[in-house]
Write a protein that binds this ligand. Structure first.
Ligand SMILES: [Zn+2]
Length: 70
């Protein structure tokens, strides 16, 4: 006898720790939204530089901005 499976509601598993994704780059301050990361000078606003330990990298054009060591 064939079993009829009920469509189970798939709940997204709650991730522990910091949320990932572009929304992590924004921070709401009052009525405005502050972008925490720098944007790419080549690609313009909207294309963020990925923050690495010692550099910022654009994932679109490959622009790299090294952070000055203190
Ligand atoms: Zn870029």
């Amino acid at each position: 006898m064939a079993e009829v499976k009920k469509p189970a509601a798939k709940a997204a598993p709650a991730k522990k720790g910091a949320a990932e994704g572009v929304w992590n780059l924004y921070e709401a301050k009052g009525d405005s939204v502050v972008r925490k990361n720098k944007h790419c000078p080549k690609c313009g606003p909207g294309f963020f530089l990925a923050a690495h330990k010692d550099r910022h990298v654009c994932g679109k054009c490959g622009y790299v901005e090294y952070l000055a060591k203190k």
